[in-house]
Write a protein that binds this ligand. Structure first.
Ligand code: FAD
Length: 517
């Protein structure tokens, strides 16, 4: 048999288990394509867990005339909220008018467009605030008069990725974590990929009719490394950092502050007891895996927020920082903050119309991942032939099968049925797992049934669920991506968790663990 007539094991190989790779894998398998996804670390361990966690139109992008992006992003807000009402919720943003910066008329015009450009049915409209008497004015310095309040949504970014992977696997996709694509070669009209298990070092090969390079900030590295290409300078890596401090205010709204340099900084209620402040924009060189908030960025963020808050934020207030790298399409913009946030898809057919196709993804937002997947699927249909219709607009993500505004009811029902659970734990399980919290708790009638305690409100039962159904392998997967309990457990507790998980790794067969079955 010649290579050109060889049958491939999969229709599609997806490289990268961030939001884009998992969203594409889910959409494709749901249409009937056979899909293999390889992620070199943990799901969402790249940029997709280091975002500001907003499902937003991006008010600031209006200034750069990115109307297409803003309209598309705005219209995704309520759709995604309806599909995942456990991990996505509405959030109101308070924008204080600051004398000497953008004038009131400009803010009003921007917010008018924001209210009307994309579909908005459940999210409330913009309103004007008098910060002198509104509770949102209390934590702020004296002198702020007018403020504006508008709607966007908040998302647990890492869980959004994992739930897309879970749904893809439930529909038949193979999802392999800790598996790096180290080589990708065309053999006639199919791809032969070498996959390396990063834990054992073992390699194996798979074949696919089409490959999708969804490696985020590593997209050019995959082209250079796995494909041995040297003509790739498409991605502009832009670092963004956040700081986390103890809760700065008592209400549930977020702030969007204008900074003197034209940038904006968010201060967002975070994980009940904290406030998240971010972000920055600076060009980045080096391995995206090594990115960390610099001292300069930390100081910049404390100073920017201190311009607004009555009580200044000092370096000593910072309890945690995180940093991620935006894989932006390099459109030649001079400043990092001005580079387009829109996505660009590039089809590479290896110079032959009948050759195995490769789709490279540049840029994109968490917010627009579903729309990006739709565009990729259009390209896939052209290359491989159409299978099923597009279906993701109304498809609920795992655990999201309850009414869009029904999270409080779900929490109340769980509290009633599992009355032994402390209420904050019920709330966390409802917000993380939605209706699947019942699978996790099945049969438990007392706290002792939840197994060993690892600190905060983390028990063995939840960890075992995460290992069995959500590809968790290491303590950090549980503490920093499936949850943010890392903010609350000690180093000793994290070590005990690591040891407990290591002891259970071999209980699942490799194929089973890779598919998260
Ligand atoms: P990634 O999440 O990085 O996924 C790529 C994956 O590919 C990685 O997990 C990596 O390990 C894997 N990989 C790489 N090479 C290989 C290989 N050879 N084999 C196998 N796997 C490989 N967007 C919003 O909508 N809202 C926001 O509020 C927001 N805030 C942001 C704030 C910051 C500071 C940053 C940095 C970004 C923000 N974004 C936001 C943008 C958003 O986070 C990114 O656009 C998105 O996460 C990119 O996802 P991705 O899947 O393309 O990349």
């Amino acid at each position: 048999m010649t290579a050109a007539t060889q049958a491939a094991e999969f229709d599609i190989l997806v490289i990268g288990g961030g939001i884009n790779g998992c969203g594409i894998a889910r959409d494709a398998v749901g249409r009937g394509y056979s899909v293999c996804l390889a992620e070199m670390n943990d799901l969402a361990s790249g940029t997709s867990s280091w975002s500001t966690k907003l499902i937003h139109g991006g008010l600031r992008y209006l200034e750069h005339y990115e109307f297409r992006l803003v309209r598309e992003a705005l219209s995704e807000r309520e759709l995604l909220w309806a599909n995942a009402p456990h991990i996505i919720r509405p959030l109101r943003f308070v924008l204080p008018h600051q004398k000497g910066l953008r004038p009131r008329w400009m803010l009003r015009l921007g917010l008018f467009l924001y209210d009307h450009l994309g579909g908005r049915k459940l999210l409330p409209a913009t309103r004007t605030l008098n910060l002198a008497n509104d509770p949102a004015g209390r934590p702020l310095k004296d002198g702020f008069g007018t403020g504006f309040e508008y709607s966007d949504c908040w998302v647990d970014d890492a869980r959004l990725v994992v739930l897309n992977a879970r749904d893809a696997a439930d529909r038949g996709a193979q999802v392999h974590t800790r598996t790096e694509v180290v080589a990708l070669e065309r053999e006639g009209d199919i791809w032969r990929a070498t996959l390396k298990d990063r834990e054992s070092g073992a390699t194996r090969s798979v074949t696919a009719r089409l490959a999708v390079n969804a490696a985020g900030p590593w997209v050019d590295r995959v082209l250079k490394g796995a494909l041995k290409r040297n003509d790739t300078h498409n991605v502009r890596l832009v670092q963004g950092s956040h700081i986390v401090v103890r809760k700065l205010f008592d209400h549930d709204r977020a702030y969007i502050f204008q900074n003197g340099d034209g940038r904006i900084v968010f201060a967002i209620p975070y994980e009940q007891d904290f406030t998240l402040i971010g972000t920055t924009d600076r060009d980045y060189e080096g391995d995206p895996a090594d990115v960390a908030a610099t001292e300069e960025e930390i100081v910049y963020l404390t100073e920017a927020a201190s311009e607004y808050f009555r009580k200044p934020i000092t370096r000593g207030d910072v309890v945690w920082t995180y940093s991620g790298v935006r894989p932006l399409f390099d459109d030649g913009a001079s400043k990092a903050q001005e580079a387009t946030r829109d996505y660009v898809l590039k089809l590479d057919e290896g110079g032959r119309r009948d050759g195995a196709a490769l789709i490279n993804i540049f840029g994109g937002k968490i917010t627009t991942y579903r729309r990006l997947a739709l565009s990729v699927l259009e390209m896939i249909e052209k290359a491989l032939g159409a299978k099923g219709p597009d279906w993701t607009a109304t498809a609920l993500l795992p655990g999201g099968d309850f009414p869009t505004t029904g999270l409080a009811d779900l929490e109340a029902a769980l509290a009633r049925d599992f009355a032994f659970l402390p209420r904050p734990l019920v709330a966390r399980l409802a917000r993380s797992y939605g209706t699947r919290a019942r699978d996790l708790l099945a049969g438990a009638t007392s706290i002792d049934d939840l197994g060993p305690h690892f600190g905060a409100d983390l028990y063995g039962r939840e960890v075992a669920y995460l290992m069995q159904h959500e590809w968790a392998r290491r303590a950090e997967d549980v503490l920093w991506r499936r949850s943010k309990l890392g903010l609350r457990v000690s180093a000793e507790q994290a070590q005990a968790l690591e040891a407990w998980m290591a002891g259970r790794l071999d209980t699942a067969a490799p194929a089973e663990r890779n598919q998260g079955a």
